[in-house]
Write a protein that binds this ligand. Structure first.
Ligand code: ZN
Ligand code: ZN
Ligand code: FE
Length: 761
């Protein structure tokens, strides 16, 4: 037998379930090479023999340059060998089916080719479940691996002969597209209006556009859960939707018909546009244009809109019928519950409060909410990581196999370690809600099964009352308790594979410190194993404990009490008038005097609360972190001034508060004070980081914690630190808030295990 020179390429990364093999097949055909491509548990393997003329270099470049949009190549390694002559190029069955493929692709927005098929293919005319290897549902429908139709919620649909032909044809765009479907064999929509059901799609589209145009509110099944929708330009409809959601004060996301329409309502940078039209289709926070505003109830007074574009075939069909520019499209849940994903629950809970419920008969297995991002210094930052992102892993600089990190509590995501990969869950939510807690425990079980993980260690927060800590305890497995802010910083270190010590600036609302106080304005010098608390915002009382997080006026009283004692009664500030009017001044002062339910805190979030209250911007919060967000929203961007503060053993901001009180009393606008306040916080960060560096400290600075979702503060801080020669790190793959903390817990736990094993050796 003749043996020929054969190149072997091993492609590692997110290359499964995203049309990678058909793509390689097409490239191979283009170059006229012979060989094979196959999936394996460790990536994709390609064997290539040239056909006379050398082309391997060009072929490799094409693979890197033209790879399917949802794929991500981490590494291609190559080798040369001699193999028997191949006669053609083929996709071959995976040799090792037992070693399960561990990668699950995120859900992918419908592609251009499929939208075209929806207008051309007889069996897919206006068919809203069209998909191919480059697009369609993935994580949301996968029950188990390997990724085969039988392991997805598509298993109940039997392919018709025409779909099967496409599925089996290596030259077809639907070759091995597991959710492949057409009007003859696939899922379909049903519209429930009370007890009346409608299954004819053209009637459904007519009914829905009629309802929406006339100010109706409807529930619509999306990719990973149900959504509530109404006309985004109809103030009454939006207000009604808000009342349906119960206790929901947060801004709503808006789906625009196309990018052109987004630009009529908002300033969109090239980077923001690129993200918005990408296959991930997240919600992008963009600046609203003054001349064309949406009703106030959409963004509740914030100068930004959470904008997104259609991502399901159905969205496109709906906008074809609809003459409205945009729809509010917000998670279909009541109060703090997780997004509803089951049809029966949707009809029972959302049916009575909406005008119609639109369902379809393909089950959602894994719940995934819409993802939310914003841009600062033209770089994408995550706020909520779900559809389009989860459950893509990150590669760690070390092994974390079998470690489960339980996450935080209020904004929970958990994280599991598989070899050197860290797999972060989709957005889970606030564990204090019972339905969310159930979702959490169920999702952990599903991740264990899906990714074949046998937990050997659980990492959790130091806080004994977090429900995630309770979960960790209940597993009975060995436990690592990790300080909240250390975990925040370690998360950014792990994402960036940082090995050296860093100065971590961890600013957020709350996190239990190792001294029993509530931290949140911290400067830690740390590596993965240890941290040293260099300095922090000076402690202040937090009258009412957790109550203060939703009642920012309490923090105003705390800071004013420290400065003025009982004299604070005589200050002419709106917040003092308010608490006097409500008869709360005396009782809260007594609380602080007698130290009843008044823990000490160094939280930066609480300092923002205090300033937002003293300036009258926000005294009671309708939702988590509203006061800091409102304070940022009123900034006068041209104001350059800043306030004095005292560095010392701890950071003393009393001089600043004194000036703010004095300026607020003189009627200086809140926007000016807010700008000066933000500049001061940036100044604190830079000054302290420089001082740490001068004392032989690190020249790398990590910014972490929910406070850094503040775009103004983040942009200024990054620019100033870089000007001073620091390397600045910020999480790009994961949220900077508590939604990213599980990765840090995982990294610290893994490092501690490593160190113990070293010692024992
Ligand atoms: Zn497609
Ligand atoms: Zn079919
Ligand atoms: Fe936090």
């Amino acid at each position: 037998m003749i043996h020929e020179l054969t190149y072997i390429f091993h492609v590692e990364g997110l290359v499964q379930g995203v049309g990678f093999r058909p793509f390689i097949y097409r490239i191979a055909r283009r170059y006229g090479v012979r060989g094979t491509v196959e999936n394996s548990n460790d990536g994709v393997w390609i064997h290539v023999q040239e056909n006379g003329k050398p082309c391997i270099g060009a072929l490799l470049k094409s693979i890197e340059k033209e790879a399917p949009p949802a794929s991500r190549i981490w590494r291609i390694t190559s080798n040369k060998t001699k193999e028997p002559r191949y006669h053609d190029f083929r996709i071959i069955a995976s040799r090792d089916r037992s070693a399960a493929i561990t990668r699950v692709s995120p859900d992918i927005a419908v592609c251009k080719d499929c939208l075209q098929d929806m207008k051309m293919q007889p069996n897919r005319l206006d068919y809203p479940f069209v998909n191919c290897t480059n697009c369609g549902p993935r994580f949301s429908i996968i029950e188990d691996l390997p990724y085969d139709r039988e392991k997805t919620t598509m298993k109940v649909f039997t392919m018709c002969p025409s779909c099967r032909k496409e599925y089996e044809d290596v030259n077809d765009r639907r070759f091995h597209a597991q959710p492949v479907a057409c009007a003859d064999c696939g899922p379909h929509y049903t519209l429930w209006t009370g007890k009346k059901r409608e299954e004819d799609l053209s009637v459904i589209l007519k009914d829905i556009s009629g309802l929406l145009t006339n100010g109706g509110v409807i529930a619509v099944k999306g990719i990973g859960g149900y959504f509530l929708a109404c006309d985004a330009t109809n103030a009454e409809a939006v207000t009604r939707l808000r009342s349906v959601k119960l206790r929901e004060g947060k801004p709503f996301a808006v789906m625009f018909r196309d990018i052109k329409t987004v630009k009529e309502y908002a300033e969109v940078s090239p980077e923001e546009e690129k993200e918005m039209v990408s296959w991930r289709r997240p919600i992008v926070l963009v600046r609203e244009k003054k001349e064309k505003e949406m009703p106030r109830d959409v963004s509740v007074g914030f100068p930004t809109i959470g904008a997104m574009l259609p991502y399901m075939p159905f969205h496109y069909l709906l906008f074809e019928k609809l003459s409205l520019p945009a729809l509010v499209l917000t998670s279909g849940n009541l109060a703090d519950e997780p997004i509803i994903k089951d049809d029966e629950t949707a009809i029972r809970k959302l049916g009575p409060v909406t005008d119609a419920v639109l369902t379809y008969n393909r089950r959602i297995y894994n719940r995934v909410d819409d993802s939310v991002v914003f841009f600062a210094n033209n770089i994408r930052r995550m706020i909520r990581r779900s559809r389009g992102f989860a459950p893509a892993p990150v590669i760690l600089p070390f092994d974390a196999d079998g470690i489960v990190a339980a996450g935080a509590e209020l904004v929970n995501c958990f994280c599991v370690g598989k070899g050197r990969e860290a797999i972060m869950s989709q957005h889970i939510g606030d564990l204090k809600n019972y339905e969310t807690w159930e979702f959490y425990t169920e999702a952990i079980e599903r991740f264990k099964k899906l990714f074949r993980i046998t937990p050997r260690l659980v990492a959790c927060d130091l806080h004994p009352d977090y429900l995630s800590t309770q979960y960790a305890l209940d597993t009975g497995l060995p436990l690592e308790r990790i300080q909240h802010h250390h975990a925040h910083i370690a998360s950014v270190m792990a994402e960036n594979a940082l090995e050296k010590k860093v100065t971590g600036v961890a600013f957020d609302g709350t996190g239990l410190g190792d001294d029993g106080h509530i931290w949140g304005g911290e400067f830690l010098v740390c590596d993965y194993v240890d941290y040293k608390r260099i300095t922090h915002l000076a402690y202040v009382p937090m009258p009412g404990g957790d109550l203060a997080t939703m009642q920012p006026w309490r923090m105003a009283l705390a800071y004013l009490y420290i400065l003025y004692g009982k004299e604070l009664e005589n200050l002419t500030l709106p917040v003092i008038e308010k608490v006097k009017r409500e008869g709360l001044l005396k009782p809260v002062m007594q609380m602080m005097d007698k130290k009843i339910n008044t823990p000490l805190t160094s939280s930066m979030g609480r300092l923002f609360d205090a300033v937002a209250s003293i300036t009258g911007v926000c005294m009671d919060a309708g939702f988590h972190a509203e006061a800091p967000m409102r304070l940022e929203a009123v900034i006068s961007p041209d104001e350059k001034g800043r306030y004095p503060w005292n560095p010392g053993r701890t950071i003393d901001v009393r001089p600043m508060i004194r000036r703010i009180v004095e300026e607020a009393g003189r009627g200086i606008p809140a926007g000016i004070i807010s700008a000066r306040f933000h500049h001061t916080i940036a100044d604190i960060i830079v000054t302290v980081a420089k001082e740490i560096r001068q004392n032989d400290g690190p020249d790398s600075v990590v910014l972490a914690g929910g406070t850094f979702q503040n775009r103004f503060l983040l942009e200024e801080t990054e620019i100033l630190l870089e000007k001073e020669g620091f390397r600045v790190y910020y999480p790009l793959e994961f949220p900077v808030n508590d939604g990213g903390i599980a990765l840090g817990q995982l990294a610290v736990a893994a490092a501690k295990v490593r160190r113990r094993e070293k010692k024992n050796r």
